[in-house]
Design a protein around this ligand. Structure first.
Ligand code: NAD
Length: 251
């Protein structure tokens, strides 16, 4: 028996990096995965790869900052399946800049994607998840939510908000059989931080903060997401799980 057999899952930002690994892992474990991404071509590439590997997936182009688009996505899932068992709020962006030089526009954009996107999807998916009866929401925070690093103010602030929001949602959604948990990755090799890791000096400095002395791979995060999505985690809600090679312990 596969661990997500017959479950309906939605992964935002599923077209690349961690979201792609989560989408492919969930599909291998039997879920029908809605791969949703602002980059519709990337979502299609991932969904096509899943189907080619005999999995079930639907590509969907969506900008999580747009309420009408998110509502339309939920309507599509409702029409096809009538319920949603797993929601992974993974879509996220970063911005490295001196706090005092950040303009409103760049601050708002990161906030809109990382926080409001998570809020919007968790809110608009509520009826579908209630229809599931035992649904799981997994929000991507970051070890940066608790770490003080130069030029990461907006990213850290948004991830702190995601962590706090997740705890509140865990309480509010519990009566409806919806669990809400948070993943806190450390440094994971994806496009998001690729330009820092490609600088040997920076990469070396970042590794010294990681007791396991390696960067994470998207699959490391997908493995943890699989547990939280599965019924094995049926008594786990409001939890924050560091998947960071021990980086959180060095803060
Ligand atoms: P990534 O840049 O590789 O992929 C992010 C995906 O999200 C892309 O496919 C992108 O098109 C999509 N996306 C961006 N804006 C969107 C929007 N408005 N609507 C829909 N989709 C959108 O990033 P990643 O490294 O895979 O990060 C995934 C999540 O994990 C993010 O929330 C990130 O903050 C978090 N995270 C990453 C790391 C890391 O080291 N890579 C560490 C901690 C947390």
């Amino acid at each position: 028996m596969r661990r997500l057999e017959d479950k309906i899952a939605l992964v935002t930002g599923g077209g690349a990096g961690i979201g792609r690994a989560i989408s492919e892992t969930f599909a291998r474990e039997g879920a029908h995965v809605f791969v949703a991404d602002i980059d519709g071509d990337a979502a299609k590439t991932v969904a096509d790869a899943i189907v080619k590997a005999n999995g079930a997936a639907t590509a969907y182009a969506v900008d999580v900052t747009d309420t009408a688009q998110v509502k339309a996505l939920m309507e599509t899932i409702k029409g096809a399946h009538g319920r949603l068992d797993v929601l992974v709020n993974n879509a996220g962006i970063g911005e490295r800049a001196d706090f005092r030089h950040m303009d409103d526009e760049s601050w708002d954009r990161v906030w809109q994607v990382n926080v409001d996107g998570t809020v919007r999807c968790a809110r608009e998916a509520f009826d579908l998840m209630r229809a599931s009866g035992k649904a799981s929401v997994i929000n991507l925070s970051s070890v940066m939510s608790a770490k003080h690093t130069r030029q990461m103010s907006v990213y850290s602030a948004t991830k702190g908000a995601v962590s706090a929001l997740s705890r509140s949602l865990a309480v509010e959604y519990a009566p409806y059989g919806i669990r809400v948990n948070t993943l806190l990755p450390g440094y994971v090799e994806t496009a998001l931080i690729g330009r820092y890791l490609s600088n040997p000096m920076i990469a070396k400095a970042l590794l010294t903060q990681t007791p396991l002395r390696r960067f994470g791979e998207p699959q490391d995060i997908a493995n943890a997401a699989l547990f939280l999505a599965s019924d094995e985690a049926g008594y786990v809600t409001g939890a924050s799980l560091n998947v960071d090679g021990g980086m959180g312990t060095t803060l």
